[in-house]
Design a protein around this ligand. Structure first.
Ligand SMILES: *[C@@H]1O[C@H](CO)[C@@H](O)[C@H](O)[C@H]1NC(C)=O
Ligand SMILES: *[C@@H]1O[C@H](CO)[C@@H](O)[C@H](O)[C@H]1NC(C)=O
Ligand SMILES: *[C@@H]1O[C@H](CO)[C@@H](O)[C@H](O)[C@H]1NC(C)=O
Ligand SMILES: *[C@@H]1O[C@H](CO)[C@@H](O)[C@H](O)[C@H]1NC(C)=O
Length: 957
C-alpha cells in the first residue's frame, strides 16, 4: 500500500512535466448543435429562453439560453440539458461559458450567481416533471459567481466567464446538467461536457489500447501492452503503462523483444525483418548484424507470379549460411565466419635422406582458409619401382609397412612443418603425401589438398646370399649357383665367391697350418670353380656387393671332390674303382656314423641300433652311388647337435623302451571321428600325470599279431619326435585289448579337407604361416634324418589354432592305403603326383625328395586343396614332369611363392633348396609384404614351363 501511495505521488509529480498524449472526448457540446438546443426549461414558458448569437471565436452563429428575471419575486428558473451518455467515463469535465450583468443599480433581488447541478441516470427518462426541479435529487456542482461582467446584455462576446468543473465518480450510464437561476441577468453561452482518455499507442513494441482516464485526479489506470507482430516478452518484463486522469500515458515498464531475424524500427513500433546480408540470431532489441565473412542469407529473388514457399515466408534472417566452399565446424555458431580448408602445403621437400631414414620439410600453405588451426596429415606409400620416372601409376604403390617409425609419431595430425621417417628399407622408393588440413577439412565435401614427394632411400650393403648350391662340372670343376640376396638394398654390382680347401677336418695340424682362401668375383649368380683337388674338402661362401660395399657371406657350403674320374665310374658301376670309391666313402660314412652314435648314446642313453632293414641298406648304397656320380658329397654341418631317428626292427620292443604305455583308466574314449586302416579313430580324453585332462585322438586296433607289428611301427617312429609341428604321440596301450595309439587331438582334421572348406577365406599371410609351420616340422624331421616319403596336404593335420603338424609316419601302411598311390614298375606303391622324379624312377627317397613333395603341398595350400595336375593321369604327370613342365601358380598366389615351388621342383635333387632354406625363405617373405603383392591373376589348368631359367636337368647317364 505504501508503495502504491508513493507511486501515486510520483505520478502526480510527473504529471506536471508530462506533456502530450493528452486526449479528450466530448460527451456534449452545446456549440456543436446546429439547430435548437432542445433543453428543457422550467417553468416551461418561463424566463430561460433560447436565443441565437454570433460567436466570434468560432465565427458562426450559436444557440444559447439567457435569462433576466430578477424583477420577479423569488425567481427559481431551471434549464436542463438533454441526456448525456457518459460513455464509460468515470469522471467528466464540464466547461461552462457565460456572461452576466452587474447588479449595481438594480433591485436588491438581482443576483450575480447561478447554480449548476447534475443528475445521474441509466436511461434518458427525464421529463418536464421528473426529476423534481430541486437540489435533491439533483446534485449541486457549484454556485457560480460571475467575475467579469458585460456592459450590454446583448453582446454575447463581451465579459465572458469561463469555468471548468469535474463531476464524478460517475456510476450510471449518463447524466443531465441543469442550471438554476435565482435572479441573475445572464447568458449561458455554452456547456461542454467531456472526459479524458489515453489514446491507443504503440511503444516499446507493445500496443496499448485507448484507455479512458481514471476516476479521480490521483488514480492511474494500469494497462498491459500487447506485443507487436514478430515479438514477444517475458512475464517479468511484460510491457505496462499507466493512464492518468488527464489522459496521459505515464511510467512505462517492460518491453517486447523482436524475434530472431527481426529488429525493431527506431520508433520501437514494429519488428522488421533484417536486411539481406544481415542477421539476428536471438530474441532482443539489438540491431541485426552484418553476416560474418563468407556467409550470406540473401533472399532468393522472387518473381511476382511465384507463390512464396513456406520456408521463404519464414524469416531466414536469423542466421547466415556459408557460401559454397566455405564451412563451419560443428562447434562454431552462427556468429563465426565461414572458413575453408587450407591450400596445399608449399615446397614439400625431402632432406637428410640416407639408407634408412628420410626427413621431410614443408612450408605453410599460401591460403590458410581463414583459420589458424592448421595441421598436416602425412601418408607414406612404398613403391615397387625404383626409378622415380617409373613411379607414375598408383597401383605400384601401397601403404608403408607398420615398421616405419615416424617422428612425430602421429602422422595424421602434425602441427609442425617436418617429419622424420626412419626404419625404412634401403634403396626403396617412398612416396609421401602431405595433406594440409584444418578443423573444417572433415566437414568439407572436398578432398584435402596435398603435395607429394617421392624419395628413394640410399643403397646399403645387401643381405646374405642364400641357397648356394654346388654341382659337378667335370672331374675337377664345380659349378656354383645361388639366389640373389633377399634384400638387395641397392643395385648388385658383383658377387664374390671365396673358397677354402678344408681337407682332413680330423687333421687339426694341417687345418691350422692354414690354407689360403681363394676368391673370384662375378656379376652372375653362378660361378665355376676349376682345378680343384680330388679327395679334398672345400668350403665355399658367397657375398654380394652394392655400390656401398659387401654384404655378409652366405652360410658356408662344403663339398668334397671325390678321388676318381667319373668317366670310369659311369662306364661300369660295378668296376673295381667304383667299388673302391664306394668302400672308401662307405668307411668314411661309417666312421662318421659311429662317432655320431657314440655322441647320441651319451646324450640320450638309448641303445642305438644299427640300421638293419634291407631297405635302409639299399638306400645307403643308392646314396653312395649317386653322390659318387655327382662327385660331390655334401658334408653335414660340423655342429651336429641333432638326434638321429632310428628305425626299430621290432616296434613292440621300441614302444616298451620308450615306456609310453598308458594306463587304460586314464583314458576315456569318446565319439568316433574317423576310420583308419586298423580300426576306428576316436576322440578321447586323457588324464595326464599332472592331473590335467586333454583331448586326444585314439586309434584302436583290431586284428592279428601281424597287423599289430605295423600298427605299432608308427608309434615307434612318432615316439622319437618332439616338435610343435609334428603330431605328438601321447602314448600307447599295448598291455590290454584293444591296443591303442594315442596322439594329440587336431581339431580341424586333415589340411586338404580343411582348405577345401575354407576356400578363399584365408589371407595369404595365414596360408604362408601354415606353410611355414609345415616347413618347420619337415626341417626338424630332416635334421633327424627321417625321410617322410608321403608328404601331402592330406597327411598334415590342423589344430584349432591353425597350427599345421606333420603326421602319418607308418610309411608302408600309408602308401598301401593311399588312394593316390599307384604301383610303380619296381613294385612299390607311390603317390605319383607328390613324388620327386628320382623316387619314381629309382625309389630313391631323400630329404630332397621330401622337398619336392613340400613344393606340391605349397601348391595345394595356395590353391585351397586343388588336386595337383587336376585330372591328368599318373602317366601323363610323369611325362609332363620329365619334359620340364611344372604346375603353374595358383590363382592369386604371390609370384615369389610360386618361384619357391618351382625351385623345390628342380629335376636334379641336389639343386633343390633344403628344408632349412625353404623355411627361411618363407620367414623372410612374411616380413616383406611388398614381395607378396605381385600375385598371379590367371586361372591356369595345365602345367606350364618353369618360370625360372633352371639349368638343364642333370640326369645321370
Ligand atoms: C519468446 O519467444 C522465444 C522464442 O520463440 C521463446 O523462447 C520465449 O519463451 C518466448 N517468450 C514468451 C514469454 O513467450
Ligand atoms: C640416417 O639419418 C638419420 C637422421 O639423420 C640418423 O639418425 C641415422 O643414424 C642415419 N642412418 C644411417 C644408416 O646413416
Ligand atoms: C589422413 O589422410 C588419409 C588419406 O587421405 C586419410 O585416409 C586419413 O583419414 C587422414 N587422417 C585424418 C585424421 O584426417
Ligand atoms: C675345368 O674347367 C677348365 C676351365 O674352364 C677347363 O679348361 C677344363 O677342361 C675343365 N675340366 C673338366 C674336367 O671339365
Amino acid at each position: 500500500m505504501e508503495v502504491k501511495k508513493m507511486l501515486c505521488r510520483m505520478i502526480v509529480f510527473l504529471m506536471i512535466f508530462v506533456q502530450g498524449y493528452c486526449e479528450s472526448d466530448d460527451l456534449y457540446n452545446s456549440k456543436a448543435a446546429t439547430s435548437d438546443l432542445q433543453w428543457i426549461a422550467n417553468p416551461a414558458n418561463g424566463k430561460w429562453e433560447e436565443v441565437s448569437g454570433f460567436d466570434v471565436g468560432l465565427s458562426k452563429t450559436i444557440r444559447y439560453y439567457q435569462v433576466c428575471a430578477y424583477s420577479n419575486p423569488n425567481p427559481n428558473n431551471w434549464v436542463r440539458t438533454p441526456f448525456i451518455s457518459s460513455r464509460g467515463a468515470e469522471i467528466a469535465y464540464i466547461d461552462v461559458e457565460f456572461s452576466m450583468m452587474k447588479c449595481d443599480n438594480l433591485e436588491s433581488s438581482c443576483k450575480e450567481t447561478f447554480n449548476l447541478y447534475y443528475f445521474e441516470s441509466d436511461r434518458d427518462d427525464a421529463s418536464s416533471t421528473f426529476p423534481p426541479w430541486r437540489e435533491n435529487p439533483y446534485i449541486k456542482i457549484d454556485t457560480i459567481a460571475g467575475e467579469r461582467f458585460s456592459t450590454s446584455d446583448r453582446d454575447v462576446n463581451e465579459g465572458i466567464n469561463f469555468k471548468t468543473w469535474s463531476i464524478g465518480p460517475l456510476t450510471k450510464n449518463g447524466f443531465y446538467i441543469a442550471a438554476q437561476d435565482k435572479g441573475a441577468c445572464m447568458s449561458l453561452l455554452s456547456i461542454r461536457v467531456y472526459y479524458f482518455y489515453c489514446p491507443r499507442t504503440v511503444d516499446a513494441l507493445a500496443l496499448f489500447p485507448r484507455t479512458v482516464a481514471g476516476k479521480d485526479v490521483a488514480s492511474l489506470e494500469e494497462v498491459d501492452g500487447e506485443c507487436v507482430k514478430n515479438s514477444n516478452s517475458s512475464d517479468f518484463q511484460a510491457p505496462r503503462y499507466y493512464c492518468n486522469s488527464n489522459g496521459q500515458w505515464i511510467v512505462r515498464t517492460g518491453a517486447c523483444h523482436c524475434k530472431p531475424g527481426y529488429q525493431a524500427n527506431h520508433l520501437m513500433t514494429k519488428c522488421e525483418e533484417c536486411d539481406s546480408g544481415h542477421y539476428k540470431s536471438s530474441h532482443g532489441n539489438q540491431l541485426c548484424s552484418q553476416c560474418p565473412a563468407h556467409s550470406t542469407n540473401a533472399r532468393k529473388k522472387m518473381t511476382t507470379t511465384d507463390e512464396p514457399s513456406k520456408e521463404e515466408m519464414d524469416s531466414v534472417f536469423n542466421h547466415c549460411f556459408c557460401e559454397a566452399g566455405y564451412y563451419r565446424t560443428p562447434d562454431e555458431d552462427v556468429h563465426a565466419p565461414c572458413t575453408k580448408p587450407p591450400s596445399k602445403p608449399v615446397a614439400v621437400r625431402p632432406y637428410g635422406v640416407n639408407s634408412s631414414s628420410v626427413t621431410l620439410g614443408w612450408s605453410n600453405p599460401n591460403d590458410d582458409g581463414g583459420r589458424n588451426d592448421l595441421y598436416f596429415n602425412v601418408t607414406c606409400l612404398q613403391c615397387l619401382r625404383l626409378s622415380e620416372r617409373e613411379v607414375s601409376s598408383k597401383a605400384d604403390c601401397f601403404p608403408c609397412s607398420n615398421d616405419v617409425i615416424f617422428q612425430p609419431s602421429n602422422t595424421k595430425r602434425i602441427l609442425g612443418n617436418h617429419l622424420v621417417a626412419s626404419n625404412l628399407t634401403p634403396f626403396t622408393t617412398y612416396r609421401f603425401k602431405v595433406y594440409s588440413m584444418n578443423q573444417v577439412t572433415p566437414v568439407s565435401d572436398v578432398a584435402p589438398e596435398y603435395d607429394v614427394v617421392t624419395v628413394t632411400t640410399e643403397e646399403t650393403v645387401p643381405s646374405a646370399v642364400v641357397n648356394v648350391q654346388s654341382y659337378a662340372l667335370g672331374s675337377k670343376n664345380v659349378s656354383l649357383k645361388w639366389s640373389i640376396p633377399l634384400y638387395e638394398n641397392g643395385a648388385i654390382t658383383k658377387y664374390q665367391v671365396v673358397w677354402t680347401d678344408i681337407t682332413s677336418p680330423f687333421n687339426k695340424d694341417e687345418k691350422e697350418s692354414g690354407k689360403l682362401p681363394m676368391m673370384l668375383e662375378t656379376k652372375d649368380i653362378s660361378a665355376s670353380l676349376t682345378d680343384l683337388k680330388p679327395g679334398h674338402d672345400y668350403s665355399v661362401r658367397v657375398r654380394a656387393a652394392t655400390s656401398v660395399g659387401f654384404g655378409p657371406y652366405s652360410r658356408p657350403v662344403t663339398f668334397r671332390i671325390v678321388h676318381s674320374d667319373p668317366a670310369d665310374l659311369q662306364k661300369k658301376e660295378s668296376a673295381p674303382v667304383g667299388l673302391m670309391v664306394g668302400v672308401v666313402v662307405g668307411i668314411v660314412l661309417i666312421v662318421a656314423a659311429v662317432a655320431g652314435l657314440l655322441y647320441f648314446y651319451n646324450r640320450r642313453k638309448w641303445v642305438e641300433r644299427e640300421r638293419m632293414s634291407e631297405e635302409s641298406t639299399l638306400d645307403e648304397k643308392e646314396k653312395l652311388s649317386v653322390e659318387a656320380t655327382n662327385l660331390i658329397v655334401s658334408l653335414p654341418p660340423t655342429d651336429r647337435d641333432h638326434r638321429i631317428y632310428v628305425d626299430y626292427p621290432d616296434p613292440r620292443k621300441a614302444v616298451r623302451e620308450f615306456s609310453c604305455e598308458i594306463i587304460p583308466s586314464c583314458l576315456k574314449v569318446e565319439n568316433n571321428i574317423g576310420h583308419g586302416e586298423f580300426g576306428e579313430v576316436c576322440r578321447g580324453k586323457l588324464r595326464e600325470k599332472n592331473g590335467a585332462e586333454i583331448y586326444v585322438a585314439v586309434k584302436r586296433m583290431k586284428g592279428g599279431v601281424k597287423d599289430q607289428f605295423s600298427f605299432l611301427q608308427e608309434a615307434s617312429i612318432m615316439a622319437q619326435f618332439s616338435h610343435p609341428n609334428v603330431v605328438q604321440l601321447k602314448g600307447v596301450v599295448t598291455k590290454s585289448s584293444p591296443q591303442m595309439i594315442v596322439t594329440e587331438y587336431m581339431e580341424h582334421g586333415s589340411l586338404d579337407s580343411f582348405l577345401k572348406k575354407k576356400k578363399g577365406q584365408l589371407t595369404v599371410i595365414q596360408l604362408i604361416e601354415m606353410l611355414k609351420g609345415i616347413a618347420k616340422g619337415m626341417r626338424y624331421l630332416s635334421s633327424m634324418k627321417y625321410v617322410h616319403r608321403d608328404l601331402a596336404a592330406r597327411n598334415i593335420l590342423v589344430n584349432s589354432e591353425l597350427v599345421c603338424k606333420v603326421s602319418d609316419f607308418g610309411l608302408s601302411r600309408t602308401l598301401e592305403n593311399d588312394p593316390h598311390a599307384t604301383y610303380t614298375t619296381q613294385g612299390g606303391k607311390i603317390a605319383i603326383r607328390w613324388t620327386a622324379p628320382e623316387c619314381i624312377r629309382f625309389r630313391k627317397f631323400t630329404s630332397s625328395s621330401d622337398v619336392w613333395s613340400y613344393g606340391i603341398v605349397m601348391w595345394e595350400v595356395m590353391s585351397y586343396g586343388e588336386k595337383p595336375y587336376w585330372d591328368m593321369t599318373n602317366q601323363q604327370v610323369v611325362e609332363t614332369i620329365e619334359q620340364g613342365y611344372r604346375l603353374p601358380a595358383p590363382y592369386e598366389c604371390p609370384m615369389c611363392l610360386h618361384r619357391l615351388m618351382v625351385e623345390c621342383w628342380a629335376f636334379n635333387a641336389t639343386q633343390r633348396p633344403n628344408m632349412d632354406a625353404v623355411y627361411h625363405r618363407l620367414d623372410e617373405l612374411m616380413r616383406q609384404p611388398a614381395a607378396l603383392s605381385k600375385v598371379n591373376l590367371q586361372v591356369a589348368t595345365t602345367p606350364t614351363t618353369p618360370m625360372t631359367d633352371d639349368p638343364k636337368p642333370f640326369v645321370p647317364a
